[in-house]
Each structure stands twice: as C-alpha cells, then as structure tokens.
Design a protein around this ligand. Structure first.
Ligand code: ZN
Length: 411
C-alpha cells in the first residue's frame, strides 16, 4: 500500500498559495490572515477525508478517523505556520502526509483497531511570539493565561489577543491539555533542516533523540579608548575578549565536550563600533545544544570557566544571563523499532540520527511515545525560500509513515 503522489502534490500546490511571495517563498506566520486561511483549507480537507475535526482553545486542529475498538489514538502530524520568508516544506509535509495517510486508508478500506488522528499544531515557529512549539506545549498543559498575556509580537499584540482575534477560547487555555491516556503514540515527518542525509545519501532519517539548547546572553565590559593613543598593553578591549570567547565556544563544542555537542555564537553587538575606538562593550549570544544532558553540562561548564579566565587575564568585566537550560528528549524505543523494522521490510536504507532542532515531537514525548522521521533537505537549507526536498523523497517518507501508522494502529 502506497500513498497517492498526485493527490499529495495537488494538496501541496494548493496549500502553497496561502502566503506565497513573489520571490517564491512563503510568509504564513502563526495566527496571521494567511495562516487562518490555510487552516480553513485544511479543516475542509480533513472533513472531505471523512475525519471528525476538533479545534482546541489554542487552535490546534485534530481530525479523527475512528478505530474499530475504543482505544487511544495514533496521532500523526506537524505544523503549517512558517517563518517570515520561509520555505514550503518545513512542517507542511508532515501535516499533508498525515492527511494523505488517512485518505489512503480510506481508499484501501483499511480498518485499524486504534483511531488514527491527523494533527496540525498551532504556532510552531517562534518568529512571532519568541517561543517555539507553543501548540504542543498547550496540549502538554504548559500554557496559562498569564503567559498568553506576557508573550507579545513586535506590534505589541499579545498571544491572548491574537487567539481571541482568531476566535479561539483563550480564556480556557487549560482545556487544551490532552489526557495522555487518550494518545497511544505520535508520529511526525519533517525535513531534516540540516545537510547530513543528503551528504550521506540516505533517503530517510529515523530520529532517536532531540537536542535541547542552553543559551546565554553575555555582556563584556572593557574600556572605550582612543585607538591611536592607547598602547597595546594598556587596553581593555571588549571585542578582543569576545573574539577569544567565540573561538573558545567553537573549540569546546568541536573537541572538548561530547561527540554531538554543537555551540554557536549567533550574534555580537559591538559598542561604540567605530574604527578609531577600542571597543568598550560587547553583547553576544551563546547557544549550546546536545542530545546528552551530561555532555551539554560539560560544555556549559567549560564555557563558564573560559569566561572567568578571559575576564581575569584581560581585566574585563563579564556578566552572563542564562536564558534557558532545556532537557534533551529521547524518543520512544518501541516506536523507533517499529519505524526501523518497517523501513527494513520496505528495503529503505535509513540513518538513525539525533535532531539538532526542536520540534512539537519534543513536547509530545513528555507524555506519549513518539517517533519522528526526517527526509533530506537540499544543501541542508531551511527557514529560507531556497528550502527544498523533492516530491519523490517526500512521498517515500510518507509511505514509510503510512506503514508504520498501520502497524501502530493495528489492522
Ligand atoms: Zn518545523
């Protein structure tokens, strides 16, 4: 049994129109007009596929295909919101493949013991409200009224106001929490958003764990001095200190912490920022990720030690604020084995790999058994109009997801 590639491509072409840009990219930011139009399209498509649609207080959309027994559901899906000027694959292929899976089950008149649910999580991207995977956080019961009022977009519109504006019942946000007993397993297909599968020539990645970040905002204070009159030995150059830190983070992540540790200094603001002034102040952001909390802690400690060393040697005043310290998530061994067995049966070669990026699957894994597959991203590019995965690769992944869904739901 295989999904219908032509029908999938037709869905993809239709959904692509919501927020399509002249440059070929898409802007479908969460709870925007474009996002809401796309959701209306999706709701109709779910109903046309015979699903019973329900929408919770956060706008998460679930479409249920009943099972033959009264059992917890196998849920499959992802998100359709995008970053500004993003691509058409991130999230979208996960939702559309879930939709296509239930239609294929309908075509083949396949009855499953467990219900199969298609899910579209609201507001996965952090672009608008600064926090990612909000929809699955709502399902986990992590959102409350105070947080909805606190999170604001760049125009000062709170998440609460945005939800109300879309007609969602934000006052009862707690009602979006799902009963963990009602979900048997969750599956998500997503683009890799990295270069590994393409480089190693694997059509599919089976995700074993999801890395979590620890982030720091660091402020380095030195002394802004005349670049001509201040001798080299008498300077407190904040940027020279920051440069040591940037290279130190790279070195620690590359060779001193764990095998999977990654570390990035993604921005650097230099003050006063003039060619003839010794830099007096630098603010920078450090993002360290790992699938092992132990290795991540090791890297974080090494960075803290380095900061203390640079401050002392260079007579700089360095302060840092820890913005987050999240736990990496291991996905379900049982669901991973199901995916691996299914791939073996289908003769699909796969790479077992961690995910460096966060996904809704991460929050779902806090209360149900989760499996995730990746399909290749051309050149590893994502969150960009150049994002691309061939339709053959997407459909290949969807076929694997279909078979694994049937296995988990029980024929
Ligand atoms: Zn995504």
């Amino acid at each position: 049994m295989k999904i219908n590639p032509e029908r999938f491509k037709k869905d993809f072409a239709e959904l692509k129109q919501f927020g399509l840009l002249e440059n070929g990219g898409v802007t479908r930011v969460s709870f925007s007009e474009e996002d809401m139009a796309a959701r209306a399209w999706l709701e109709k498509a779910m109903e046309d596929a015979g699903l019973e649609v329900s929408i919770d207080a956060f706008g998460n959309m679930r479409g249920c295909r009943a099972g033959t027994e009264d059992l917890p559901a196998v849920m499959v899906g992802s998100h359709i919101d995008t970053v500004p000027e993003g691509g058409h694959y991130d999230g979208v292929i996960g939702v559309l493949s879930a939709l296509e899976i239930v239609r294929t089950l309908n075509d083949g008149n396949v009855k499953t013991r467990r219900p199969v649910e298609v899910v579209n999580f609201s507001s996965e991207e952090s672009s608008r409200f600064g926090v990612a995977t909000l929809g699955s956080k709502a399902m986990e019961g992590k959102l409350n009224l105070a947080l909805l009022n606190k999170l604001k977009d760049k125009n000062g519109i709170s998440l609460y106001e945005a939800l109300k504006g879309c007609g969602y019942d934000a006052d009862h946000i707690e009602s979006a929490k799902v009963d963990p007993k009602s979900i048997y397993a969750f599956l998500e297909m997503h683009i890799e958003q990295g270069p590994v599968l393409e480089a190693k020539k694997y059509p599919v990645g089976i995700v074993t764990s999801i890395a979590a970040p620890t982030r720091f905002k660091v402020t380095i204070k030195g002394l802004a001095d005349h670049s001509g009159n201040t001798p080299m030995g008498m300077r407190k150059d904040a940027l020279a200190g920051a440069s040591e830190l940037v290279l130190g983070v790279e070195r620690i992540a590359s060779s001193e912490a764990g095998e999977k540790t990654v570390g990035t200094v993604g921005y650097l603001y230099v003050t006063p920022g003039a060619m003839n002034v010794v830099p007096g102040k630098v603010e920078l952001g450090i993002d360290i990720r790992d699938v092992s909390m132990e290795d991540k802690n090791k890297a974080v400690q090494a960075v803290k030690d380095l900061i203390a060393d640079i401050a002392e040697r260079r007579h700089l005043d360095i302060e840092y604020e820890q913005l987050c310290n999240d736990e990496p998530v291991a996905l379900s061994d049982r669901v991973i084995s199901t995916l691996q067995e299914t791939a073996d049966e289908m003769g699909i070669s796969y790479l077992s790999m961690p995910s460096g990026a966060g996904h809704d699957a991460m929050n779902m894994a806090h209360f149900t058994e989760v499996g995730m597959i990746f399909v290749p991203s051309a050149k590893g590019i994502s969150h960009n109009i150049e994002e691309h995965t061939s339709m053959d690769e997407v459909c290949f992944g969807a076929d694997l997801l279909l078979k694994a869904t049937i296995k988990l739901a029980g024929e």
